[in-house]
Design a protein around this ligand. Sequence first.
Ligand SMILES: [Zn+2]
Ligand SMILES: [Zn+2]
Length: 143
Amino acid sequence: MEWTGGCLCGTVRYRATADPIRAVHCHCAMCRRASGAAFLTHVHFPIADFVWTAGEPTRYRSSSQAERGFCARCGSTLTMHEAVLDDRVQVSLGSLDDPERVRADDHVWTLRQLSWVPVDDALPRFEKTSAAVPSRALDGDGS
Ligand SMILES: [Zn+2]
Ligand SMILES: [Zn+2]
């Protein structure tokens, strides 16, 4: 299954040739700040099946455990790279050409979820990181 996406201006483009490993809604303060949105949905693709087809994101080291990628021209939030999850590339849901195809697995960092963001799905919720992955991503206010 092929998945494509990129930034708002088109300078950075990518293609994945495997389905996502998982997709997660992160409500942490750092993802909120980095994306400008109420929460950020990360879609994880195996790094072996992922290529940049135009440009590459500029990386910002947001913590000792992670770097975040964005387009240096238009500023679109594009990627998350965690040291403990180096088998994958995490792209922001909104960068996909067809985000409708994504099925999210869970919510993480719900401790930081905005009180007025309604969540009426039946997905698992984790106050901090998910039991599904060994993420050590740090919440902006927590550490
Ligand atoms: Zn761009
Ligand atoms: Zn987060």
